[in-house]
Write a protein that binds this ligand. Sequence first.
Ligand code: SLL
Length: 214
Amino acid sequence: MSSGSKRLKNLQICRPFVYGNMAVPLKEDRSPDIPTDHTHSWTVFLRGVNGDDLSSFVKRVVFKLHETYPNSTRSIEEPPFEVTETGWGEFEISIRVYFVPEASEKNVVMYHHLKLHPYGPEAEQQKLEGATVTSMQYDEFVFNEPTESLFEILTKKTAVLPQQKSTLVPFSVQSENEELDRLSDAHVKVQENIQRLTERMHALEREKGAVRTL
Ligand code: SLL
């Protein structure tokens, strides 16, 4: 076994990332090269949470677009791992991530539904303003028992979650803590409900017993 390919037992190492797309409606001054039926310009991407460079462990990202696109399989070998296009419709994009050979990891695939149109309560207003639509998802690469080489690559720099959330980077230690608080509030509420219902059940059982003895 070559040096560095040994696996570190009982160890797991995670790296956060985001993937998704942004889209803007094409304006009047669009380039004449863009087909007339195209309505939007969009970019699908995979990147670090804070815009960090993932290329120390990501070797290549393959984006599979709808077959209406010429060369619909786009292999991006260098950061930024993204594809910019114009088009008229929304569709599902598969995003396959290949890791550097030292990692000895299988590739992983995610699916992203390309969003072009605003949605939600402000959709109409945003449409009027020609606002940028963003649809992105937080996820983590989880490496179980990484090779020594991958471990070294990943621990060389400490790229983890930013402390505070911001509009550009909504995923952070702060949002994680807020989620934990919400979960613990919900837990307390569930416990209270269980207690209330158990008491009610006991009361009803007592009533039933009393009726039986009549
Ligand atoms: C839809 N099911 O009907 C989807 C398909 C396909 C979008 C959307 C192609 C652009 C081009 C393009 O925008 N395809 O290369 O002409 O909404």
